[in-house]
Design a protein around this ligand. Structure first.
Ligand code: FNR
Length: 348
């Protein structure tokens, strides 16, 4: 039953070690350049952005986590109250459960009830064209995210293994719904090739959800009778820093960098690599027990982003986007082998 699966995912992510083991996001290979004379007032730094259609006080999305189980209702309520108070964006988990089981709808509607003004992101799978309108309506969403998760589908026992026709379905969803449509991975990242296909299909935003944070092969390993497949692919995917460059260098739509981002310094690096905002899921699940904890976490994130901006002399997100940085190590090697110019970031 879909609702039981949602609960298992929540419990596994909350209590087990589900992050990548031997692969990182690559942000340790990105160095912003320290400016000992920033010549700006830290208290005047503006973290806000309006790139995604509504003003957000900081460039942070709580990305898709849950819905579809009574336990999820409390989590979504707490996230919604905190997101509204801090004026950041909030996504919900896949809405298929609520559409197929209307008795679960309140686990999603609780979000808009508690976050009347904040930027809300709905969520469906690529083949679920017939659910698109309903998903937007139930949530009163500002953006509809379409999740891509071929690795998870391959490992989970009830996985959907026929990925033919997804681009066509995505293109129809973009034509059908009258709000912007975002494509998101779930922890394996988006390549340059996929980004171009998505934008050609009509996608408005890309949330890259790269490798280095939550591993869905890991999550499904804990659910499987046999751990072999999950352990084999535990660390599969394009590291988040690399995927950020692959996507932002290849297409001209707003991009969210996500997957393993855990603080404002990593966020600053992602934005200097070209992202317009960042997203996090697992840390918010861990903090979701109380609204106060979530707000405290967002405040710490904001403060660490503000310090990073102060140290590079960036007054706002646009200036941060143009800050110089160095790309080192395996990240540089990957990007050069794939034909990306890594020196363009170092002398702007
Ligand atoms: C997720 N994620 C997710 N994504 C999605 O598009 N639809 C979904 O239903 C879910 N469900 C879900 C449940 C739980 C418990 C977690 C922790 C995550 C994936 C999530 O949005 C994100 O892509 C990854 O978790 C990677 O980001 P982090 O966790 O490394 O910040």
């Amino acid at each position: 039953m879909i609702s039981d699966r949602k609960l298992e995912h929540l419990l596994i992510c909350k209590y087990y070690d589900v992050e990548f083991k031997n692969k990182t996001t690559g942000f340790e290979d990105i160095e912003l350049i320290h400016q000992a004379l920033p010549e700006i007032n830290k208290n005047d730094i503006d973290l806000s952005t309006s790139v995604f259609g509504k003003k957000m006080e900081s460039p942070l999305f709580i990305t898709a986590i849950t819905g579809g189980h009574p336990v999820a209702k409390d989590i979504n309520k707490n996230l919604a109250i905190a997101a509204e108070e801090m004026n950041i964006a909030l996504g919900v988990g896949s809405q298929r459960a609520a559409i197929e089981h209307p008795e679960l709808a309140d686990t999603y509607t609780v979000v808009r009830e508690n976050a009347p003004d904040c930027l809300l992101v709905g969520n469906i799978g690529a083949p679920q064209l017939n659910l698109a309108d309903k998903a937007v309506e139930i949530l009163d969403a500002d953006i509809l995210a379409i999740h891509l998760n071929p690795l998870q589908e391959s490992i989970q026992p009830e996985g959907d293994l026929d990925a033919r026709g997804f681009l066509d379905s995505i293109s129809k969803i973009c034509d059908t719904v009258d709000i912007p449509v975002m494509a998101k991975e779930t922890g394996c990242g988006i390549s340059s090739e996929t980004a171009k296909d998505l934008v050609n299909a009509g996608i408005d935003y890309i949330d890259i959800e790269g490798a280095g944070g939550t591993s869905w092969a890991a999550v499904e390993t804990y659910r499987a009778d046999d751990r072999y497949l999950g352990e084999t692919f535990w660390d599969w995917g394009i590291p988040t820093a690399i995927s950020t460059v692959e996507v932002t260098s290849s297409v001209d739509v707003p991009v969210i960098s996500s997957g393993g981002i855990r603080n404002g310094l990593e966020a600053a690096k992602a934005i200097a690599l070209g992202a317009d905002a960042v997203g996090m899921a697992l840390p918010f699940l861990k903090e979701s027990v109380s609204v106060e904890d979530i707000i405290e976490y967002i405040n710490k994130f904001n403060e660490s982003l503000r310090i990073a901006m102060f140290l590079v002399g960036a007054n706002n997100i646009e200036e941060l986007k143009n800050s110089n940085l160095i790309i080192k190590g395996e990240t540089k090697q990957w990007l050069e082998d794939r034909g990306f110019n890594t020196t363009k970031y170092s002398r702007r």
